[in-house]
Design a protein around this ligand. Sequence first.
Ligand SMILES: Nc1ncnc2c1ncn2[C@@H]1O[C@H](COP(=O)(O)OP(=O)(O)O)[C@@H](O)[C@H]1O
Ligand SMILES: [Mg+2]
Length: 337
Amino acid sequence: MSEKYVSLRNLTLSYGKTVAVPNLNLDVVEGELIALLGPSGCGKTTTMRAIAGLLTPTSGTIVIDGRDVTRVAANKRGIGLVFQSYALFPHLSAFENVAFGLRLQKMPETEIRQRTEAGIATVGLAGFEKRKPAEMSGGQQQRLALARSLVMEPKVLLLDEPLSNLDARLRLEMRTELQRVQKKTGVTMVFVTHDQSEALALADRIVLMKDGKIEQLGTPHQLYAEPATAFAAEFMGFENIFRVQGENLVSDFGQLPLGFKATSPMLAWRPSGVQVGQGPLSGRVSASSFAGGHREYVIDTALGQIKADAPIETLEVPLGENIAFDLPKSNARQLSA
Ligand SMILES: Nc1ncnc2c1ncn2[C@@H]1O[C@H](COP(=O)(O)OP(=O)(O)O)[C@@H](O)[C@H]1O
Ligand SMILES: [Mg+2]
């Protein structure tokens, strides 16, 4: 198993004079599902297009399975693509949609049948072979698009926000489905999303991107538990992020005393890490909502708003009243600026 199955070396990607991705270095391990995660415009699609061969790099190299493909045409790279819009052929049956690429390769008919049937079964669509795409649900169409790519046996499958057109429930269902198909086929997948929960749920590793650069790379657990920067922390649900100055936490609004010595320039707490109901600090409840297992408070403080999740058993503090809280050291995440 190659640790550098896909290797991006000093890759710079531009549109005219605008550099979208400066000097990217990334190794994708053979057989892994790696997610490129980041806000809109951070360079995820641009990076995918370069790997696919749809965008020529300004500089740098792309190696796939030991072969430098930087100057190799898109259709000679062994790459499969699945995008948000499935681009299925509306007049062809599910079977013929999946068989299409194999027919182009002039493969013998028996092999086309075998591969197509196996591909359709892999994505759980056995029995739907004769349907037209319009006779299938959004989720089924997306699975069909997946099968169509898989039967080509690509070295790498690139998926660019493939689930973003699906409704919430289907999106969750397809997450599990994708993971299952990936483990079953062992195909190396590069998956693009701007949804951190999707990346956390699906990926073996996450590449968090900002302004065309890698902000942090790690396992979902590493990114979730140990975001290194304020940007990463914000993306991973730390909603209370403040600067440290001496003995105080400071924001653009004001400051609050910090109950302990901090060694990092910034500190962050998840809403669930803020202790409510008791503590040395206090603020005014400006919003309060029931969220099943907990209550979500927004507390107006000298630092601005603090978001805090209180266990549902704790006594509810009415809107407009003062609430005691603490930003405990044990739940603080230290961040570099
Ligand atoms: N065809 C294009 N021409 C010029 N600039 C582009 C083009 N496509 C993308 N960009 C710019 O490149 C940057 C990265 O875009 P993109 O890779 O599409 O981001 P993402 O997929 O992460 O949302 C953005 O600043 C975007 O405006
Ligand atoms: Mg994009």
